[in-house]
Design a protein around this ligand. Structure first.
Ligand code: NDP
Ligand code: 2IT
Length: 446
């Protein structure tokens, strides 16, 4: 039940954003945490501040025409939701996936606003993408799509305005094609307009690894509260993309055993531990499938269309997509004795799943805190670009580690302050909200 002051705000969000269920879900989760804040500090409910936070500053929708390898004209839809610029230029990734709708980008932009605030860096919140499906497309098709997408998006960007990066379906290759097109359109080498760039042309070390590494640092810090660590733990990581791969890498470095990962077709289990070099070879270089990995490994079992959450583990790191872990999956994990769950993806656990974990006293790291290492390192990339500098791997990773620990500690402290010790969902929502709210109040009605 939402606070009685928040109920009409949520009803309005439902009415004005009809059918955008993922956006409703993300807003509800934050509002659910804000009852405690406005009870303590009623001024945050004044001047329609919360209503303004739920309304994106700008929503851009555009046609993306391009020509495929057979000479056929294809049409996709492009989006950029510039959600909130109270703390800095809009910042957030671009997602290319056939499931993308305006409501998807809105939920992601809303989450991003609080996540970015949590990092403590000067970045506002935004998100974008397209319903373009990169699967099975040639390099040349990807390039033509990215060029057409940037031709329209570019006019809305700028290092002081809006700075995109990658997300599902957008990695170094796509950022390269988009940066090239932006440079050509503007006749400016504006490094700070995109992050996730290649290391030889303005990218930051550790950005590729940052989301996965950061998520592991966050969970490591949670585990420490129970006087334990990754060493010797059995871990399952869903997905097999950027976030999943570097989550696996860091867990393995810390002595954990990752026994399962997945893609949208199925999951693989290997009790002796996933061979990361082979997984990288298949996913990063060959753009193959998890089933190809299973085929290449004697000890691995491939389960098509199964639930990866059925595999018993100490730690679960959902790192694929939203709502991939349901209430029923959470019950299975709890029954199998899961100790900690860290959201590498954005909103991968349904509200029922989150409730199940919190009720069962499972350490639960919400995405906007746990996966903030990616965007934090993007902000480090912006810092390096602004100073025309380039830091070593060690320096950059140390900064990432410090940021993740401070996000963890701030969330834990806020949860204590608001009477819900150990509730990182409340801690993250309230900490992020207060930072955005303070800046918005200082700037007046804008
Ligand atoms: P990638 O495109 O590199 O990998 C995505 C992985 O998730 C793939 O294994 C993909 O499988 C799987 N997946 C994607 N969509 C679905 C779906 N609808 N159903 C089932 N599986 C799916 O993306 P990332 O690793 O970058 O992103 C993963 C998650 O992490 C997303 O939620 C993203 O928003 C979040 N995130 C990413 C950050 C980053 O820096 N990249 C930062 C913070 C959060 P398949 O190949 O079959 O599609
Ligand atoms: O969800 C996310 O935080 C990202 N996809 C990364 C955003 C960024 O700007 O680095």
């Amino acid at each position: 039940m939402l606070d009685e002051k928040l109920e009409p705000i949520y009803a309005d969000v439902l009415r004005r954003n009809a059918g955008e269920e993922e956006f409703h879900q993300a807003v509800h989760e934050v509002l659910d945490s804000l009852g405690a804040v406005i009870a303590k500090h009623p001024h945050y409910a004044e001047n329609a501040l919360i209503e303004r936070i739920c309304e994106p500053e700008r929503q851009i929708i555009f046609r993306v025409p391009w020509v495929d390898d057979r000479g056929q004209v294809q049409i996709n839809r492009g989006f950029r939701v510039q959600f909130n610029s109270a703390l800095g230029p809009y910042k957030g990734g671009l997602r290319f996936h056939p499931s993308v709708l305006l409501g998807t980008i809105k939920f992601l932009g809303f989450e991003q606003t609080f996540k970015n605030a949590l990092t403590g860096m000067p970045i506002g919140g935004g998100k974008g993408g397209s319903d373009f499906d990169p699967k099975g497309r040639s390099d040349a098709e990807i390039m033509r799509f990215c060029q057409s997408f940037m031709t329209e998006l570019g006019r809305h960007l700028g290092e002081y305005t809006d700075v995109p990066a990658g997300d599902i379906g957008v990695g170094g290759r796509e950022i390269g094609y988009m940066f090239g097109q932006y440079k050509r359109m503007t006749n400016r080498y504006e490094s700070g307009v995109l992050t996730g760039k290649g290391l030889t042309w303005g990218g930051s070390r550790v950005r590729t690894e940052a989301t996965g590494y950061g998520a592991v640092y966050f969970v490591e810090r949670m585990l420490r509260r129970r006087s334990t660590q990754f060493d010797g733990k059995k871990v399952i990581v869903s997905g097999a993309g950027n976030v999943a791969i570097y989550t696996i890498e860091k867990v393995q470095k810390l002595g954990g055993r990752v026994i399962a990962c997945s893609d949208s077709n199925g999951y693989v289990v290997e009790e002796s531990g996933i061979d990361l070099a082979l997984l990288k070879e298949i996913k990063e270089r060959k753009r193959g499938r998890v089933s190809d990995y299973a085929m290449a490994r004697k000890g691995a079992t491939y389960v098509p269309n199964g639930r990866i959450w059925d595999v018993p583990a100490d730690v679960a790191m959902p790192s694929a997509t939203q709502n991939e872990l349901t209430g029923a999956d959470a019950k299975t994990l709890v029954r199998n004795g899961v100790l900690a769950v860290g959201e590498g993806a954005n909103m991968p656990c349904t509200p029922e799943a989150v409730r199940t974990f919190i009720d069962a006293n499972v350490l639960f790291g919400p995405g906007k805190a746990t996966n903030a290492g990616g965007v934090a390192t993007s902000a480090l990339e912006m810092q390096q670009n602004a100073s025309r500098d380039s830091w070593s791997f060690e320096t950059t990773e140390e900064k990432l580690r410090t940021i993740m620990h401070s996000i963890h500690d701030n969330c834990a402290q806020t949860a204590d302050e608001y009477g819900s010790p150990g509730n990182y969902v409340l801690g993250a929502n309230v900490t992020g909200f207060i930072r955005v709210a303070e800046a918005m109040q200082a700037m007046g009605v804008v």
